[in-house]
Design a protein around this ligand. Structure first.
Ligand code: SF4
Length: 284
């Protein structure tokens, strides 16, 4: 059977597969890191997501849709929409549970100045990199707190989250491009902390402070990764077939049509991430 990759037009070997206008994000960098082939299918060939060959009604994919709606509810709440109106929309068991936990969490927070749905971008190599944050809360001159809401079944290990491209890109980009949130002064890495708040584990958030050494290391690594992708002409399939379990492109790679069964495990979260880059506009 001809795979979609066979249909890719031939590239001039001297020419990058990545258009000059391409903007990198934590999602695209994570995709490349997990599986160069997934990066190629999603960002170069721009195949629809999820692939029609996947099973749309599987529990994990339904949960992902609920996760997207939860993100939108929280955003709208932070933007000031009335709680009663939003509560009516939390109308499935998962959504209603997450929403109640969110209201409890929100009532205890002194966030400072709120920046929900914030996008930051900066040049990196010959391209740009963008991050779309669930929430950045700033106390100018003091702290800049990044929050990201997660609706995972299982709480991942902190070590696993620390290594995610999201954790590295979000903190680095806030240090690089967040001065306008801090009265024009660069936000120092030591002022930054990133928190993953797990809707099903609300009292066990994962917190990641930052420092100048980490920032330098992260920005260098991200610059090298962007250069590597820009120069790449081969986008090989991952050898780690666990990464294929929930990948929407599995049928293109002849790595199974059906999604994996059972609950997600840490290493299989790749391809199932929910973030603002994927949350469609939902009208209220
Ligand atoms: S199915 Fe596996 S090999 Fe194919 S794109 Fe997804 S992760 Fe990569």
């Amino acid at each position: 059977m001809a795979t979609r990759a066979n249909l890719t037009p031939q590239h001039n070997p001297m020419q990058s597969s990545i258009p000059d206008s391409f903007t990198f994000s934590q999602s695209s960098l994570q995709d490349y890191t997990d599986c160069p082939r997934r990066f190629q299918l999603r960002y170069i060939e721009q195949l629809a997501w999820p692939a029609v060959e996947s099973e749309p009604t599987l529990e994990n994919e339904r949960r992902q849709q609920e996760g997207q709606l939860f993100h939108r509810l929280v955003q709208q709440h932070l933007l000031g929409l009335p709680e009663e109106k939003l509560t009516r929309l939390a109308n499935t068991p998962n959504l209603s549970r997450w929403w109640e936990k969110w209201l409890d969490f929100r009532s205890l927070q002194d966030f400072g100045s709120l920046n929900p749905e914030l996008s930051l971008s900066a040049p990196i190599g010959e391209h740009r990199i963008i991050a779309k944050y669930d929430l950045v809360a700033v106390k100018p001159g003091e702290k800049a707190l990044i929050f990201d809401w997660k609706t995972y079944y299982k709480r991942p290990r902190d070590e696993w989250m620390a290594a995610r491209l999201q954790t590295r890109v979000y903190r680095a980009l806030l240090a690089r491009a967040g001065a306008h949130l801090n009265n024009g002064a660069t936000i120092q890495p030591e002022q930054i902390e990133m928190t993953y708040w797990y809707a099903d584990y609300p009292s066990e958030p994962a917190r990641f402070p930052y420092n100048a050494v980490q920032f330098t290391r992260d920005w260098d690594a991200l610059t090298k990764l962007v250069a590597e992708i820009t120069a790449a002409h081969e986008f090989s399939m991952t050898d780690d077939e666990k990464k294929c379990t929930y990948c929407p492109y599995r049928s293109y790679c002849e790595r199974g049509v059906r999604a994996g069964e059972g609950e997600e495990v840490e290493g299989e979260l790749a391809g199932m991430e929910i973030n603002l880059e994927q949350v469609a506009e939902i009208e209220f």
